[in-house]
Every structure is written in C-alpha cells, then in structure tokens.
Ligand binder design. Structure first.
Ligand code: BTN
Length: 271
C-alpha cells in the first residue's frame, strides 16, 4: 500500500479496493476515510501540509459538506463516488494559461469512462465541467488551485453511481441521474474509479504534452454545440449559439456576426 492515510473498517474495505487502486492507477499515494466534510477541503489541507507523493488520491465513502462551484453545495448519498486528486500542476499544465483546459479534460475523461460503462446512453459534457445523462447531472467537477503552496491543483469529482435520490432536495431529485439509473444495475465503485483514473491519466498526459486538440476531442460529447445558450460570466450575460469548445478550453459562442470566447462562466439556459 502506498501509505494510505486515515482509518478503514472491513465494511469500508469492501467498498473500495485500495490495493487495486494503488497497483493499477497513477495515484502515488492514497488516503481514504469513510466520512469527511469534503474531499476537496481535505486535499487542500494535505496540499498545505506538504511532503506527499503526487498524484494523491483522496477518497471518501460519504461527504457531509460537499462543495460545488461558487457557493453551490454538492449533495451526495451512500453509493456515490466522491474523491479528489491532488496534483502537481506542472505535471498537468504545459503553462498556467492552460488552467481553463483542466476542467474540460477532466470532464472529457469522465465522459469517456462513463460512456464506456453505459454504451448507447446519452452521456455528454456540459461546459465547463458537468457530465450529463440526457438533461440530468451525472457528475460534477470542482477544480481549485490553492494560493499556497503554488504549483498544486485539486480536482474534485463527484459521480452519481449507485446512489438513490429519494432523500435528495427537490432540485437535485429533478436534475440528477445515476450510472445505475442509466444501466439498470449497480456498479462496484472501485471499477468505476479505475476507469475514470485511467482516462484522467491519459488526458492529463496529453494536456501536459500539448497533444490535446480539445475542439476535436469534445465534439462527440459537447451537449451545447448548435444550441442557443445564455452564459453568465462575471456580471455579464452572453446570449448566442454555441459552436463548440475551443482548443484553449473556452466555450465558443456566436453572437450575431461575431464570436465570443468564454473562459469561465455558468451556462444558465439552453434552448
Ligand atoms: C459542481 O457541480 O458544482 C461541482 C461538484 C463537485 C463535487 C465534488 S465531490 C468530491 C469533491 N469534494 C467536494 O467537496 N466537491 C467535489
């Protein structure tokens, strides 16, 4: 075992095969706890602490205060997959300007992994970092870069795998779906995580090497392409037709005769 941090119980071990994750993925160190407030918060603490081998996989069976983008919460129930990767940003990014691409390549990795587990299902990427099943959210991604230490990235990923939404708040219940819903069967969380980590390793290596052509790679997955969208970016709103995702990770929106490239924002309306 690569120095797993935290406590485990036999029940927990049955949930995640840490030995396989260690042997079969690019994680150099793994930490597991049955329950934490947020794996992203935990990974940020570990980044601050320093001295860990990266990539560091930070994993929990349950989060009590999962965070989403902005001030959003991330609701999850037992059976969901919630984890964060603590990375050396220089091992992922060719340069700091590539930061907007990280969310997109991560979402792409999740699309590839879940698409391969649910062939024929409408798995898609909603820029910049959501993975959908049809119109419902299957996965959310939260990328954070701590001020200190520099050169660290935390990528948090929440995937609805086997979790039920029976106890979820109304808005979540109406807008979320799970892999088990899509495929009609439960999944071993370790198997799903292995797929996602393998796909992420490849995407990060390609990004670092400058080999990713995001516009092309996203084409089969981008659910916004060809749709009329409203993007809230800072205090502004951009309304137009999405023509895809650029190689730089920007959402490309045609507004009248001109083209706008949005690097950060929330797509509020899709028509
Ligand atoms: C979003 O859709 O707004 C992003 C959701 C990200 C959720 C994941 S779950 C694991 C990690 N820990 C967190 O607190 N958030 C991310």
């Amino acid at each position: 075992m690569k120095s797993p941090t935290g406590s485990t119980t036999p029940t927990d071990a049955a949930r995640f095969d840490l030995g396989r994750l260690e042997a079969e993925t690019f994680a150099a160190e793994i930490a597991y706890r049955p329950e934490v407030p947020s794996t992203n918060d935990w990974a940020l603490e570990l980044a601050h602490e320093g001295g860990h081998r990266l990539p560091f996989l930070v994993l929990a069976s349950q989060q009590t205060q999962g965070r989403g983008r902005g001030t959003n919460r991330w609701w999850s129930a037992p059976g969901a997959l919630t984890f964060s990767l603590l990375l050396d940003s220089t091992a992922v990014l060719p340069d700091i300007h590539a930061l907007p691409q990280v969310s997109v390549v991560t979402a792409l990795a999740v699309c590839e992994a879940l698409g391969s587990l649910a062939p024929g299902q409408p798995v898609g990427l909603k820029w910049p970092n959501d993975v959908l099943l049809g119109r419902c959210k299957l996965c959310g991604i939260l990328v954070e870069s701590p001020a200190r230490p520099p050169d660290r990235l935390v990528i948090g990923i929440g995937i609805n795998v086997n979790n039920s939404f029976a106890e979820a708040p109304d808005d979540v219940r109406q807008r979320a779906a799970s892999l088990a819903d899509a495929t009609g069967r439960p999944w071993a969380l370790t198997d799903v995580l292995l797929r996602v980590l393998r796909a992420a390793e490849q995407q990060f290596a390609s990004l670092q090497a400058g080999r990713v052509r995001l516009s092309e790679a996203c084409r089969p997955w981008c659910v916004l392409s060809g749709r009329a969208v409203t993007v809230v970016a800072g205090r502004g709103r951009i309304e137009g037709v999405c023509t895809g995702i650029g190689d730089d990770g920007a959402l490309v929106v045609r507004v009248g005769e001109s083209e706008r490239r949005v690097f950060s924002g929330v797509v509020e309306a899709i028509r």
